[in-house]
Design a protein around this ligand. Sequence first.
Ligand code: GAL
Length: 529
Amino acid sequence: MKYIIYTKYNNYIFKSVLIFHTTVAENKCELTHKGGITRFPDGFAFGVGTSAYQIEGGWNADDKAPSAWDNYTHRHREAFLDWSTGDNAAESYYRFEQDLEALKKLKVNFYRFSISWTRVLPQLTTEFKNAKGIAYYNKVIDQLLANNITPLVTMFHFDMPDELYKYNAFLNSSIIDYFVMYADFLYATFGDRVKLWITHNEPLQFCTKGYVEANFPPLVHSPGVGHYICMDNMLRSHARAYRRYKEKYFSKQKGKVGITFDVRFFFKKYRETPDEAVERALQYELGWLAEPIYGKTGNYPSIMKSDIDNNSWKEGLSGSRLPIINNEWSQIIKGSADFMGLNYYQSAYVDMATNRPHEVPSIEYDSKIIFSRDEYWRRAKSGFLYCVPEGLENLLKWVRDRYDNVEVIITENGWSDDGQLDDSGRIDYLKAHLQAVLNAINDGCNVTHYTYWSFLDNFEWIMGYTEKFGLFYVNMSSVNKERVIKDSAKYYTKVIKNRRIVASNGGQQYCSNFVSVLLSVFVILNFYL
Ligand code: GAL
């Protein structure tokens, strides 16, 4: 804004030109190096990730049966922000050659993708093995390996076979047998070449959206009950699938099997907030399944057990809503992972709830914690996503201390926007979070892999195609759905080549929060007329 003001003093007239410069509040998304090595250790691997339903398309191609997501998107178009489906998505089922070219350009060390259960076993069980679906994944795996890119394969990334509805899906323990059968088939079919397996992606998201919020299949609302049974069946099916690998395949295949959790870090909302709030939040979010697998007891976090047992009793139940892990199961579950997969996107503030504002039963009621955000955190296109790199650093240290410095693979970390090619926001996020990883490594954390989510712009679940996480833009209106490189992809390649965090050209300039809230007056020029 420019103002011209005339003032008269004695015989002189002064003309003042005032230029007001308004600084747009641009919140920081950066982290400083805290000493130690600046180069990522040899052997540290950089990769990118996707999942089958989000990129493959070919929803009914070559004998593939519908997954719960196929039916959900077809029957409830209105549930999706842009009324879209994953029917075609980036068409990776038909265009892996294009994907491979882009992966080679990126120079990644590994590629995380998932296998669609209903593409390889359309009838749920191994009665019918779909040769064409299997051939697709064989091609992906072989071509990756031929190009020195390690496959990191997720068995189950939200796209549940529709057939499982008949067996009450994750509310019925029969899912354990089906999942082990599926895992066994995967080991037998691809395990000669795949050496890194993830059983489940984000049990907490899957069970919360599928069994509480009811916006993911199977669209059930059962807080505090179905929610907990779902998590329990995720845990047991993971553990049994792990044991199957160890018993039947490990001696020959020599691979690793883990599980991926979605987790935030937590900061105290107020100075007076008790430390307990942070600990509770971590236990309820990460510890829920991490404690049984990586902890000392082979059981749920004691805090969860006592909260839920007590509340169940108060509700007049004779048993706890939290399923019981007996000794036999404890033995199966404890130690059932070779690494911990972590998907980290953001953090939150926590405080203890002072009254009982929530539905009974529910996790909010049981955990007695409430979450909030910091208005100064920079927000992505996605409403849930804020840039808090120090949260990742703290989280890695928490895992180091709590779980005996288990190997951690960061299986997802990413930023959403509108899909622009000059995506400096994504570069800032990537850079800051790589710094968090490096700081954690310098502090002794056993982090071995970093996966940027996502390799390509894709179908972002209920947000459809309205939010883009990709390093490559997918031109959805072009005939061959070309993959177009973004600035962030170029930046990531530079990091991978140099094995260190390089400067980002064209990143945004920031002023401190303090300065950014002030309206700054820049120039006052006085001229004689
Ligand atoms: C994760 C999920 C991914 C992807 C990402 C971005 O929860 O595993 O499939 O959608 O979030 O929102």
